[in-house]
Design a protein around this ligand. Structure first.
Ligand SMILES: Cc1cc2nc3c(=O)[nH]c(=O)nc-3n(C[C@H](O)[C@H](O)[C@H](O)COP(=O)(O)OP(=O)(O)OC[C@H]3O[C@@H](n4cnc5c(N)ncnc54)[C@H](O)[C@@H]3O)c2cc1C
Length: 377
């Protein structure tokens, strides 16, 4: 089968899963704000959690393009399901895959790809959001491993996480050059977390603070090399950004599909509102931006699959697709008029969930700075 045929078939399978299994329960899941265990297990059984890992570690042998197609479709149904699945497939497990021992793969990675264990990825701290050089959670070398002290915040899947990939500082004077990732199982003595945050959107994806109080882990739990944490992050940063772009594409499509349906049904002044040129302009702009975001994003996934460096292209795709999705959901709420303000229709959820896209994978101000930097500015 041609690669493009595999991508089409994969999209078709994911789209059917989302239409039949996710959309019918999306509202209830969002209202309850609980971890969607049943859907997560079904995704594991479909091989989605292991989609970007080779079969030798329990993955499905796919690639970044197939991963991003899956995340786009999931976000079309329920953004928070896409966000927490994306975390499990990439950020929470990639360090474990690349640097973990065979024993760590057997105990944590394989069960994670089967949906039996949940992983979390922790960079952010109260004083270190965009500025990772200010990370203060410390990793101190001791004779038989590492001792971790400090706290993290905004950890997706933090309260449920069975294991955590944690960005630590080994020497505060070195800032970015002192960083290192450490693997910390949640049953390590001294590990604890806060209660789940109340959030505006992505409500099934639980967030919390995480605390490390003299957490002692063995030497092999260092993921990568001491002081090379930034390099470990850079191995997946383009993928994180394009994955976020694809979540945005999914949300954009949901907002556009609903808007098209509604503007054909809603009659004012004797005609469906879709017959008015100002409404048509909104739909046309949604469609154009969606097409452009799609072209930019899947260009990046194919570059990643071909091992071609593309952080700049990924930053542009994330920035464009996310800004476009935020605009599309805003326009959708206008097309719905007062009903866009009602909890009855899904557009309010799209609006709330869209805000998450602005932070994950880098804020837009930081992305704009990065994009401009290539021109020597
Ligand atoms: C739903 C959700 C899930 C998340 N999940 C995780 C997770 O699983 N793990 C994790 O580690 N983190 C997670 N985060 C945190 C996220 O990564 C951070 O929000 C992000 O890194 C930005 O940090 P901050 O919010 O502290 O903002 P800050 O860095 O404090 O930025 C505040 C404002 O200042 C701007 N700014 C900052 N620096 C500059 C600059 N140099 N130039 C111009 N403007 C600047 C920013 O763009 C922003 O507008 C999550 C956040 C959310 C909302």
């Amino acid at each position: 089968m041609l690669r493009s045929d595999i991508e089409k078939l994969h999209r078709k399978i994911m789209a059917r899963f989302v239409d039949e299994e996710v959309i019918p329960v999306a509202r209830e899941l969002d209202e309850k704000g609980e971890f969607p265990s049943d859907l997560f297990k079904k995704l594991a059984d479909m091989g989605i959690l292991g989609i970007r890992y080779p079969k030798k570690v329990g993955g499905s042998g796919g690639n970044t393009t197939l991963y991003c197609i899956a995340m786009e479709e999931l976000a079309r149904g329920l953004m928070s399901l896409g966000a927490l699945t994306a975390m499990q497939c990439l950020m929470a497990t990639n360090g474990l895959y690349l640097y973990g021992t065979k024993e760590m793969h057997d105990e944590y990675l394989r069960p994670a790809l089967r949906g039996e264990k949940i992983g979390a990825f922790q960079l952010t701290e109260p004083e270190a959001g965009s500025d990772l050089g200010n990370v203060r959670t410390s990793a101190t070398k001791v004779e038989d491993g590492w001792v971790i002290n400090g706290m993290k915040t905004w950890s997706t899947s933090g309260p449920y996480g069975d294991f955590h990939t944690v960005l630590c500082q080994t020497d505060p004077a070195k800032k970015l050059k002192g960083l290192m990732f450490v693997f910390v199982p949640a049953d390590t003595p001294g590990f604890s977390h806060s209660k789940k945050f109340e959030t505006l959107g992505t409500r099934t994806s639980a967030l919390s603070e995480i605390y490390f109080n003299n957490c002692h882990v063995p030497p092999e739990y260092m993921l990568g090399e001491m002081g090379r944490g930034l390099d470990v992050l850079l191995t997946i940063l383009a993928e994180i950004r394009v994955m976020t772009a694809c979540l945005a594409l999914g949300l954009h499509r949901a907002a556009m599909d609903d808007s098209i349906r509604y503007c054909k049904e809603r009659v004012q002044f004797g005609r469906p509102i879709g017959k008015y040129q100002l409404i048509q302009a909104k739909i046309a702009n949604m469609a154009v931006n969606l097409e452009a975001g799609h072209l930019m994003s899947y260009k990046v996934t194919h570059l990643i699959d071909n091992k071609i460096p593309c952080l700049n292209e990924a930053s542009m795709a994330k920035y464009f697709a996310t800004e476009s999705a935020c605009k599309a959901v805003d326009e959708a709420t206008r097309i719905y008029g007062a009903y866009g303000y009602s909890m009855e229709y899904a557009v309010q959820r799209y609006y709330r969930d869209s805000r998450f896209l602005l932070y994950g994978g880098g804020t837009h101000e930081v992305l704009q700075t990065t994009i401009a930097r290539q021109f020597g500015i």
